[in-house]
Design a protein around this ligand. Structure first.
Ligand SMILES: O=P(O)(O)OC[C@@H](O)[C@@H](O)c1c[nH]c2ccccc12
Length: 260
């Protein structure tokens, strides 16, 4: 079994358990459920830098990135740096994140927040809204077209936006639909962890112009941004490069200043 299959198998168990502990009706009744959301797509379109900065403690490809982070502090640092949005990993087992991290980030900033999660059930879309997310991630590699449609339409009905992630042509072509806002190309193959910015370049021309294009993973230099912009990318999702430093917000600020 590859790592992605393993993550998804564990996720199904986790979601089933959570559903039995906290009914969907309870999520819908939570204080954060009824609130105005922030648009990441708009922030990216209006920006000349387009950075989405991620909170990530560890990952299957990198066991330790940053263990002693204060997510509220990181969020405030990112906001101050001028990022367009923040991505918060909520998977516990493989990435060391939590929904609590999302709530703490929400309480700390007024920038768009993306729930970075392996979403395989409508329940997780409700959870995202109830814990402060403005955007959900859907990963084409683990979802059918029918699932992408159901989850994205649910997110839209809750005033959230959808970032659909692909890493090859087949995934892209099966996924295109009007209920998506942003198309993310993951430069890291989730099955092998190999990273190549060429993935973003090759797939860019196949993405219709009505979607905001986001390049994800393995971005650590200004040159990479300069290189990808001519391919139509307006968003750049960066995690490790900021999180591996003692002050992720400061690293993001220095990075953004160098773009312009
Ligand atoms: O740390 P990086 O290489 O800058 O990557 C960030 C982000 O793209 C990566 O964490 C990611 C992209 N897609 C995902 C899906 C699930 C978990 C994590 C991810």
């Amino acid at each position: 079994m590859n790592i992605l299959d393993k993550i998804i198998a564990d996720k199904r168990k986790e979601v089933d358990l959570k559903k039995s502990l906290i009914p969907a009706s309870q999520l819908e009744a939570s204080a954060l459920f009824d609130r105005d959301t922030f648009s990441l797509a708009k922030a990216l379109r209006d920006s000349s830098t387009g950075i989405i900065a991620e909170h990530k403690r560890r990952s299957p490809s990198k066991s330790t990135i940053n263990q002693d982070t204060n997510v509220g502090q990181v969020a405030r640092g990112y906001q101050k740096a001028g990022v367009c949005g923040m991505s918060v990993l909520t998977d516990i087992k493989y990435f060391g994140g939590s929904l609590e991290d999302l709530v703490l980030a929400r309480a700390s900033v007024t920038i768009p927040l993306l729930r970075k999660e392996f979403i395989i059930d409508e329940y997780q879309v409700l959870e995202a809204k109830a814990h402060g997310a403005d955007v959900i991630l859907l990963i084409a590699a683990v979802l059918s077209r029918a699932e992408i449609k159901i989850f994205s339409e649910l997110a839209k009905s809750l005033d959230m936006e959808v970032l659909l992630e692909v890493h090859n042509k087949t995934e892209l072509q099966k996924s295109i639909m009007p209920s998506l806002d942003m198309l993310g190309v993951n430069n890291r193959n989730l099955k092998t962890f190999e990273v190549s910015l060429e993935t973003s370049k090759t797939l860019s021309e196949l993405i219709p112009d009505d979607f905001v294009k986001v390049s994800e993973s393995g971005i650590s230099t200004i040159d990479a941004i300069t290189d990808l912009k001519p391919y139509g990318y307006q968003g750049f999702l960066i995690g490790e490069n900021f999180m591996k430093t003692a002050d992720p917000g400061k690293s993001a600020a220095e990075f953004i200043q160098k773009i312009n």
